[in-house]
Design a protein around this ligand. Sequence first.
Ligand SMILES: C[S@@+](CC[C@H](N)C(=O)[O-])C[C@H]1O[C@@H](n2cnc3c(N)ncnc32)[C@H](O)[C@@H]1O
Length: 208
Amino acid sequence: MTDKTAGMWNARYSEETYAYGKEPNLFFKEQLAKLPVGRLLMGAEGEGRNAVYAATQGWTVSAFDISEIGKAKALELAFEKDVVIDYRVGNLPELLFGEEQFDVLGLIYAHFPPAVRSEYHRYLHTLLRPGGLVILEGFGKNHLEYRKLNEKVGGPADLETLFSPEEVHADFKNYDVQVLEERVIELNEGRYHNGTGSVVRFVGAKSI
Ligand SMILES: C[S@@+](CC[C@H](N)C(=O)[O-])C[C@H]1O[C@@H](n2cnc3c(N)ncnc32)[C@H](O)[C@@H]1O
């Protein structure tokens, strides 16, 4: 984690409103509804909209990020919705989540720095139980074109930080793939995800 990256996110989350809103991502919500409740880990969870939503649905939720202000906003949202979540801040390998502890891993716009992305994905794989599910949605490499047309749609400005289905598949090897695609969607999430964008979606179960 660099202090500069954490500082950038802390600055964004210092605004009074929630950067991506208080409602969960729609793809995440739709996928979660298909599953029996269990233990969920949300990566790079920012202000907690997905984690808090899952907790309101009965899930036992852990989350992590590098932003202290993100955590404070997430805990405020949890308080507002009358739920409790476990939210840890720091470098993932130092956060002491237990091996094979989670039934579901949610990665919603969890754009880790390219230098650590594969390492993080492989580490996260060890935290998921066999048969557990990864639900991922994030901006794809085709998104650069849409970002040029409309900055309000947000997302990383460099190709390396954007996802490709092939890279995601390579990081989560031998998964039983239910969804793996890049597609164009309309986003309407808070102040920073507005308009047409190209996203990669992955839903896959860890092999038993
Ligand atoms: C676009 S936001 C997504 C927030 C949240 N998942 C959501 O959908 O509302 C990206 C998040 O990635 C986090 N992040 C960036 N680098 C990280 C790292 N190395 N470890 C953990 N989180 C990181 C940022 O702090 C930020 O909260």
